[in-house]
Design a protein around this ligand. Structure first.
Ligand SMILES: [Zn+2]
Length: 324
């Protein structure tokens, strides 16, 4: 893309800043007990102030409230947005980016403020504006722009009840990025590295496992109390509750217990077709890993596989499983 084309795109998209995404959206349902119950069941939040009227009445809240994190839920479009969603200003803006090759979209972060508790019967209306579009940025996912929307939530009396900032990255996925890398026009300053896979979070309980992978070894955690094997790594044995453990190295022999082919969304840094399998290891534990060296139509449940811990990109070692 030339500098002129960038200027055209930027002039076009900057005209969207400050615009309302749509007319204010009143939630389809007012705050209600059934939706609160569904939400707390799904999230596993057992706080009785969300469902027990007697407890809630005696609590500092003085009655049942909705979980604050449901704020955005009340005014969401629901499943209709999966069909043919209305073309609002935000979707229109995304189409402008799409037309210039910035077809990738990645939610990056969201910040929400809550001003008061919501109670059954409250009505929530969302007012969303395109608040900001960043300068062009070079990121690990590709070259792109951060778009920030700000949603103000109001109640039945028009009072503010919360505010949410939502940030997405609209970017050019890897092929376009590679093009930008070799382009001489205006792209000299941006030489993004080829995208790598999303890195697995390494915490207190699983860092050792990933460090072994980095050394080319697939380990299986073993309980020192009862000898049972477990995966993924965790601090306590589910059979005998012992927290003492060591690990054995896997033979990498196994078979396909289940598998799927991932089609969408296509992430930069991943090879397609992308086959993900639950592999039953000879040792007895299972793990999720990619299948390699075979076409999707060749894979079947029960297929014998052999693993190989190998480098898949600049940053990542992973066990891949091949037909045995
Ligand atoms: Zn045990």
């Amino acid at each position: 893309m030339t500098a002129d084309e960038n200027r055209d795109l930027e002039a076009e998209v900057r005209a969207y800043v400050g615009r309302e995404v749509s007319a204010p959206k009143r939630g389809k349902d007012d705050v209600n007990l059934a939706m609160i119950r569904h939400w707390t069941e799904v999230t596993g939040d057992e706080n009785p102030v969300y469902h027990d009227p007697e407890f809630a009445a005696k609590s500092s809240k003085g009655g049942i409230i909705a979980p604050p994190t449901m704020l955005q839920i009340w005014s969401m479009e629901g499943y209709s947005m999966c069909q043919e969603p209305e073309l609002d200003v935000q979707r229109e803006l995304h189409k402008v980016f799409d037309a210039h090759g910035y077809v990738g979209v990645l939610g990056t972060n969201t910040v929400t403020e809550f001003y008061r508790d919501l109670r059954p019967g409250d009505q929530v209306t969302a007012h969303t504006v395109i608040d900001n579009i960043s300068e062009r940025k070079t990121t690990g996912r590709g070259v792109g722009y951060f778009i920030e929307t700000v949603t103000k939530f109001t109640d039945q009396s028009g009072a503010d009840i919360g505010r949410q900032v939502f940030r997405v990255l609209k970017f050019k996925p890897n092929a376009e990025t590679a093009e930008a890398k070799t382009s001489t026009a205006g792209a000299a300053a941006e030489k993004p590295a080829l995208p790598t896979r999303i890195q697995a979070p390494r915490g207190h309980d699983n860092a050792w496992w990933w460090e072994a992978i980095d050394q080319g070894k697939l380990m299986i955690q073993r309980c020192k109390g009862c000898g049972s094997l477990r995966h993924p790594p965790r601090p306590m044995c589910g059979k005998c509750n012992s927290t003492a453990w060591d690990a054995i190295e896997s033979s990498l022999d196994g078979e396909v217990y289940s598998f799927t082919e991932l089609h969408y969304p296509k992430f930069p840094g991943y090879p397609y077709p992308l086959l993900c399998a639950v592999v039953q290891l000879r040792e007895g534990t299972r793990l999720i890993a990619n299948l390699a060296g075979c076409a999707p139509e060749q894979v079947f449940i029960g297929m014998k596989v052999k693993g190989k811990v190998e480098r898949v990109d600049d940053k990542t070692m992973l066990p891949n499983f091949y037909p045995a």
